[in-house]
Design a protein around this ligand. Structure first.
Ligand SMILES: [Zn+2]
Length: 142
């Protein structure tokens, strides 16, 4: 039996092994974009088209959080039947101060509060006969 191939749900958004988010940074004004901006800097005070690949912070703090008590639409694939609530957090990245949403692994809303330190990880969203489809998730920082 061969191991299934690990495939990102969307190519180019994150490192499939670590979950580290992959964005771009303006070479002139240093504005960071996630998802990646490839064409031109959107800072109204900057006319640069020099955008460089950058890896974003792997840690941050909870800015807001909630749970979803009904299954989100596709591409989300429910893993339990009946659906069990999932936890979702908006996390402010340590260096960039951008807020990035993600599902939370291993914690419910009772375990979180604004300011809880989080770190990024990966998880299997779903799988078929050949592939495991990988997403990034947030978990409480160790
Ligand atoms: Zn710029």
């Amino acid at each position: 039996m061969s191991a299934k191939k690990r495939v990102p749900v969307i190519e180019g958004l994150f490192d499939i092994e670590t979950g580290q988010l992959q964005g771009t940074r303006c070479a002139d004004c240093k504005t960071v974009y996630f998802p990646r901006e490839e064409t031109l800097c959107r800072n109204p005070r900057c006319a640069s088209t020099k955008l460089e690949a950058t890896s974003l912070s792997t840690r941050g703090r909870v800015w807001s959080y909630t749970n979803s008590c009904y299954a989100p639409p596709a591409p989300y694939v429910p893993t339990t039947d009946p659906f069990e609530p999932i936890t979702i957090a908006a996390v402010e990245l340590e260096d960039e101060k951008m807020v990035v949403m993600g599902q939370v692994e291993g914690a419910s809303i009772e375990d979180l509060e604004a300011g809880t330190e989080m770190e990024i990880t990966t998880a299997v969203l779903n799988e078929d006969d050949e592939n495991q489809y990988i997403v990034w998730k947030w978990r409480k920082a160790s």
